[in-house]
Design a protein. Sequence first.
Lengths: 281, 373
Amino acid sequence: MTIPATSPARPGTIRGDEAALGRGPWQLRLPAAIAAAFLVLPLLALLVRVPWSTLPHLLTEPIVGEALRLSLICASAAAGLSMLFGIPLAWVLAHASGPLVNLLRALVTVPLVLPPVVGGVALLAAFGRRGVLGRPLDDLFGITLPFTPIAVVLAETFVALPFLVLTVEGAFRTLDSGYAEAAATLGASRWFTFRTVVLPLLAPAVLAGSVLAWARALGEFGATITFAGNSPGRTQTMPLAVYLAMERDPDAAIALSLILLLVCVLVLLLLRGRWLTGAAR
Amino acid sequence: MRRQQQPSSGSAPGPALRAHVEITRPGERTFRLAVDLAAEPGSVVAILGPNGAGKTTLLRAIAGLSRLDAGRIQLGDSVIEDPAAGVRLPAAARSIGVVFQDYRLFPTMTVRDNVAFAARSRGASKNSSRESADQWLSRFEMTAFADRRPSQLSGGQAQRIALLRALAREPALLLLDEPLAALDASIRGVTRDELRSYVASFAGPTLLVTHDPLDALLLADRVVVIENGRVTQEADPATIASQPATAYIAGLSGLNHYRGRADRAHGSVVLDGGGRLVPASLPTDPGEVLVALAPSAITVHTERPPAGSARNTWPGTVRSVQQLGDRVRLDVIAEPSALVDVTAAAVAQLHLAPGSSVWLSAKATEVTAYSAS
């Protein structure tokens, strides 16, 4: 590197150089700008293409309301189930050790990378009419899960649970065990300590994890359509409705997408402060 | 106020602590802790020692947070841990209050709920446990802080609340782990005074773990010194300060410390490291003799002092000169070597510098000789 003869001596240039370093070389800035544009442009395009004039009509169709209602209910149920069972699983993964636990942790992350359609097929293999668990359920209790709203919740939970488990497990690991020790010396049982001391300390992580899980469940498509089908009012969630509308009526698809986008932005805005502070802890 | 609802104060005598604790930590350097400990109700026993001596390990073992490898812990009539007999009460079932070095106040709760926690965990209702927490807070004049979060407390306030929370458990034994270590030096003195008055109201035995000799000397009735997992001295604070058993303890009170054997014919002690000192009196016990000599009790001369002025005179060479508060400390290589405190004026008058040849003298009355056992 050559050093310009004028660069030392002037105090002002030091700050200037720091600012230049902060901006980074154009070799980094250009791809960064492309990446940002790639993420933002499609969303802007969606807004541009919204058929504003017919929007009220499109959105008041009963099928839209039903899909939205089903989506919100099922995603919330999936997020709730993820919390109910995911927090204990996260605790086990964070506190136990050994090859079995490592295997379990690997298995938990599989749904993160598995194509959702494959997840749907796997759920059918387990809970389908002739599935490993589905057949005895059907034979003994007359319960069939596939192609019901419950199947939607199960499919969404299958893909959403790992998000919560991994987020909360990380929080368990970094949690100071000193508080639980202090609680024990004050006479608290382990369960009382978990409820009153540990869980409140984990609240930011649980919130972050359940928002991630909820958002993932809301957008679930592949596993849902495979395992729960696509029957309007029963198992047709918003993503399925968007996809189907795309075939018949692209304007309707865009209108539906707009709603999903708004719901997601709204949730992120509502939780942004707490989520970010939670992640920073 | 309803009198009978007042938290019980130190009227009824609590149980005594008897503990023999053995813990082995394998590792690169295997650490072994083997300590006998006794503490009477109403007394404060300081566990003093350098970092890594095993003080906190001992405290955690008594609290039930670490397992004993061998030994036995007895509180009053009940054995709370005895590995040989398969007895081990979990921490929550031991009636032991702990104040941790970092206090560990629950950050998600108010001060009031922190103090109410012990009652809540025993199954008391939210209201009644908060009521009794308020009584504890008012008794210790901390009512103003009831609705604050621990993050809104100063170090001294947090320490008081941590103590209060432990006392509200109404424990039979109180354990304090370096309760003043996290505080600024400027408030440590005041907080130490408060701590003393609080602990004085506690009926059971109190164990105070500290590496600060001042804590031990000012707060404790007895001091147990632990070095490298062993008890090296156990005595009242005055004895610890004046007759240290090891170089570490001597260093705490800033004393010169020597080992040797009595030479009864000459009324002196022949020191292991060379030289001899005439003490005020020799211990009657046979065996190894320890000698303590305060740096301020030694006088420095540039020439041999006239005979008869002091019983002990010996030559040496100054190794280092160091400012220590309002004094100057000389490290003098001699037989025996000694730390000597002089005034800055003396340093200037005598032209003392590293390498200076000097004579040291100490009156026999300033030299304390005592038995090592």
